[in-house]
Design a binder for this molecule. Structure first.
Ligand code: DX5
Ligand code: ZN
Length: 220
């Protein structure tokens, strides 16, 4: 089983985006998490294509793009073209989730579907064959630095069983309120990838903190 850390650039210092991205590039984190917010799907606005392109230039790492926007299929292709390797849309933001995921795959990138805390994992049962990844939100999407919603652990366990039954290779990612204090439990519950924003960028030594969240003391 893989253990992936995806630091969320939402918590980075945007005055030094290049430096912050290069720091993650040198760290043990395998992915870089990019939170796109439109002020409509969530009550906050973050950033879009120019910032993604700047991050793409500063790292070779796998770019994990989380779209918290309405009508994500209007823009998904442009995110893929701008360097996203995984495009994750919200289950709650599209009418036909299966079609959206198939379309994202047709761009030659991985397709992810995210669920908000109030959305049960059971809605994904018939979608696992077209989902390369499920992103379980463990806080209400919109802001970094919130407290982890404990019920998310059970969601990961339930989803892991659903994936085993379906026999797909779908990865489980979790996002929100994750730190070295709960990462081990989340990997054990079946998560493959963990997003961490404030825990990484708020730490005195972000690279060392990534190793702590990974629960390993060896660098890659
Ligand atoms: C929240 C975002 C998260 C956020 C996580 O809507 O999707 O990726 O940056 O931040 P922390 O790790 O601080 O909860
Ligand atoms: Zn996110």
């Amino acid at each position: 089983m893989v253990r992936i850390i995806s630091p969320s650039m939402l918590s980075a210092d945007f005055g030094h985006l290049d430096r912050e991205t290069r720091m993650i590039d040198e760290s043990a984190a395998q992915w870089v998490h990019i939170d796109v917010m439109d002020g409509v799907f969530v009550p906050n606005i973050s950033f879009g294509f120019p910032v993604l392109k700047a991050i793409r230039k500063a790292t070779e790492k796998f770019l994990d793009v989380h779209l918290m926007i309405i009508e994500p299929m209007k823009y998904a292709k442009r995110f893929a073209e701008a360097g996203a390797q995984l495009v994750t849309i919200h289950y709650e933001a599209v009418q036909d989730v299966r079609r959206a995921l198939e379309e994202i795959r047709s761009y030659g990138v991985m397709a992810g579907v995210s669920i908000k805390p109030a959305t049960p994992v059971s809605v994904l049962k018939e979608l696992l064959d077209v989902a390369d990844l499920v992103l379980i939100m463990s806080v209400e999407p919109g802001f970094g630095g919130q407290s982890f919603i404990e019920g998310s652990v059970e969601k990961a366990r339930e989803l892991r069983k659903m994936i085993e039954t379906a026999g797909t290779n779908t990865l489980i990612e979790m996002d929100g309120g994750i730190s070295a204090a709960n990462s081990e439990m989340l990997f054990e519950a079946g998560c493959d990838a963990l997003v961490a924003g404030s825990a990484v960028f708020g730490a005195p030594d972000p690279k060392a903190e990534i190793l702590k969240i990974l629960k390993t003391d060896t660098s890659i």
